[in-house]
Write a protein that binds this ligand. Structure first.
Ligand code: AP5
Length: 209
C-alpha cells in the first residue's frame, strides 16, 4: 500500500512527477489544484467561490478544499493507496489528514526560487485535456498547440507574475512549516527537484522506496 504526499513550492514539478509515479504504482493521483480547477471550469458554486482565491495565489479556505478532496478520497480506487499532490497545504489540513488516514511518506521537492519562477512563467497548459507543457524544457511539437488534440495552449491565471510572487510568499508562510511537521513524524524524504524529468523521477522513486 502506498499513501504518499508530495510537498513543495509552486512550480517545483510535483504535478509532473505525481502523474508519472501514480501511473507506475497504479494508484490515483489526487491533486487538489486539479480538482479545484475542474470545479472552476464547470462553474460549480464551489468552483466559483474558489476562483478568486486561486487567481490571487491565496490558499482556498480549508472547508472548500476538504469538501472537494473528501469526496475524491472516499472513492473506491483510493482505498488501496493514493498520491496526494498539493494537499495538505497548512498545519490544520495536515492534522485533519492525520485523523483520516495513516501516511507512509511525504516527499518534499527542493528547488531555488529563481528556477521556480522560470518554470512557472514558461508553463502552458491545454484547457481541453490538461496536458502541461513548458516553453523551454518541454515545448509542444507545434508552437502554441496541444500535441494531443491541437487545442490552443493557455497560461494559468495564477502563473502571471503578481500571483506567482504571492504564491511563493504563501508557500513560505503556510506550507513550508509542514516540512518540520513531517520530519518530526519521521515521514519526510527531501528530493532535489533540479535536473531532467528522468533524473528527478529516479530520485522520487528511490525516496518512496
Ligand atoms: P496547485 O495546482 O497545487 O499549484 P502549486 O502547488 O502551486 O503547484 P503547481 O501546479 O504550480 O506546480 P507543480 O509543482 O505541480 O509543477 P509542474 O509539475 O506543473 O494549486 C493551485 C492553487 O489551488 C493554489 O494556489 C491554491 O489557491 C489552490 N489550492 C490547491 N490545493 C490547495 C489546498 N490544499 N489548500 C488550499 N488551496 C489549495 O511543473 C511546473 C512547470 O515546470 C511545467 O511547465 C513543467 O513542464 C516544468 N517542469 C517540471 N519538471 C521539470 C524539470 N525537471 N525540469 C524542467 N522543467 C520542469
Amino acid at each position: 500500500m502506498h499513501r504518499i504526499v508530495f510537498l513543495g513550492p509552486p512550480g517545483a514539478g510535483k504535478g509532473t512527477q505525481a502523474a508519472r509515479l501514480a501511473r507506475e504504482l497504479g494508484i490515483p493521483h489526487l491533486s487538489t489544484g486539479d480538482l479545484l480547477r475542474a470545479a472552476v471550469a464547470a462553474r460549480t458554486p464551489l468552483g466559483l467561490e474558489a476562483d478568486r482565491f486561486m487567481r490571487a495565489g491565496e490558499l482556498v479556505p480549508d472547508e472548500l478544499v476538504l469538501r472537494i478532496l473528501g469526496d475524491r478520497l472516499g472513492q473506491p480506487d483510493a482505498r488501496a493507496g493514493f498520491l496526494l499532490d498539493g494537499f495538505p497545504r497548512n498545519l490544520s489540513q495536515a492534522e485533519t489528514l492525520d485523523r483520516t488516514t495513516k501516511l507512509d511518506v511525504a516527499v518534499s521537492f527542493d528547488l531555488p526560487d529563481r528556477e521556480l519562477v522560470r518554470r512557472l512563467s514558461d508553463r502552458r497548459v491545454c484547457p481541453t485535456c490538461q496536458t502541461v507543457y513548458n516553453l523551454s524544457s518541454n515545448p509542444p511539437k507545434v508552437a502554441g498547440r496541444c500535441d494531443r488534440d491541437g487545442t490552443e495552449l493557455v497560461q494559468r491565471p495564477d502563473d502571471r507574475p503578481e500571483a506567482v510572487a504571492n504564491r511563493l510568499k504563501v508557500y513560505a508562510a503556510q506550507t513550508a512549516p509542514l516540512l518540520d511537521y513531517y520530519r518530526r513524524h519521521g515521514l519526510l524524504r527531501p528530493v532535489d527537484a533540479d535536473g531532467t524529468l528522468d533524473a528527478v523521477a529516479a530520485r522520487v522513486r528511490s525516496a518512496v522506496g
